[in-house]
Design a protein around this ligand. Structure first.
Ligand code: FAD
Length: 276
């Protein structure tokens, strides 16, 4: 199929993008890498009057690090992270996750921001960035607000952006030097979308042990204290044991009992990576 007719604009600044979005009163759509939006246009699941390309806006392709964390522009691509253009100290997990997404041609175009805004529950970035307690920096060209990533995605394929707002960047607080993050996705073939996934952050210094279950039917499930589903006090190099009763109850509450084994496998493997 072919997309319905649309106009195309290439914004050079956040203000310009916001103005186009405002003028179109909800009928315009932002395009970044086009890896998800492209097929939706072709299938006519999206029929915007105007497409606003945001990839030439300088702020959106920047990666800035300071003592407290790293700011990743929304249009930084998955390949950028895979190749270490954005070598983020203390966060090797970003390159590892990037390498497991689709195949190189998709990674060259697909952006981290586009993945979050598309909010496919099976996507890889959302659970990992939830485990890292990232924040989304949202702007309408003049006002900027920061939203915890868990609040940014409101459901399957739904985010909290309003009116002329777009995602400008993702801010990841720097974990302590002792922190480790693990991610595991269960998929039919390497690089495919997850059937089940989990991310675990284990930070001995910061005393954080957060687990996130992804590829749910909506938002990821965030367990702030993973000791409620993983037995015993975690030790570096220690064996990871699942509390099957507690994990089962959690998955049943989230209406995920059908593939429970896939989720618990992802969880235990992600936790083992985080404690290795
Ligand atoms: C064959 C294939 C396999 C894939 N496999 C995986 C996989 O295994 N794991 C995985 O995680 N992903 C996978 N993806 C998704 C891919 O990695 C991209 O992350 C994803 O397509 C979205 O990024 P994009 O930059 O292409 O966004 P686009 O397609 O350009 O946009 C997606 C949506 O987000 C909106 N948007 C984009 N950027 C912004 C912004 N800054 N502010 C506001 N709204 C915005 C758009 O309006 C649109 O609604 C796959 C894609 C393909 C085509």
């Amino acid at each position: 199929m072919q997309p319905a007719k649309f106009e195309f604009a290439r914004a050079r600044s956040l203000g310009e993008a916001a103005t186009i979005l405002r003028q179109a009163s909800g009928s315009a759509k932002v395009i970044a890498g086009g890896q998800s939006l492209g097929p939706m246009l072709n299938l006519r699941l999206a029929r915007p009057s105007v497409l606003v390309d945001i990839t030439a806006i300088p702020e959106l392709t920047r990666i800035e690090e300071d003592g407290d964390g790293v700011m990743i522009g929304a249009c930084v691509t998955t390949s950028d992270l895979e190749d270490g253009r954005a070598r983020v100290d203390g966060l090797p997990i970003l390159a590892t996750v990037a390498a497991g997404i689709a195949y190189r041609a998709v990674r060259n175009r697909g952006t981290v921001g586009g993945s979050l805004c598309h909010a496919d529950p099976a996507g890889d970035w959302l659970p990992v960035l939830c485990a890292l307690a990232a924040e989304c920096v949202v702007t309408d060209g003049s006002r900027v607000r920061r939203v915890p990533i868990q609040g940014f995605v409101t459901g399957a394929f739904e985010v909290m952006l309003e009116g002329a707002e777009l995602l400008q960047a993702i801010r990841i607080p720097r974990p302590s030097r002792a922190a480790r993050c693990g991610y595991y996705k269960v998929s039919r073939k390497a690089g495919e979308f997850a059937l089940a996934s989990a991310a675990v952050l284990f930070d001995r210094e910061g005393e954080r042990f957060r687990a996130v279950i992804g590829a749910t039917q909506g938002r990821p499930i965030v367990v702030e204290d993973a000791r409620s589903i993983l037995r015993g006090v975690p030790q570096p190099g220690g064996a990871v044991e699942l509390d099957a009763t507690a994990a089962g109850a959690l998955l049943r509450r989230a209406q995920l009992p059908a593939h429970m084994r896939l989720y618990t496998t992802a969880l235990v493997r992600a936790a083992a990576q985080a404690m290795a």
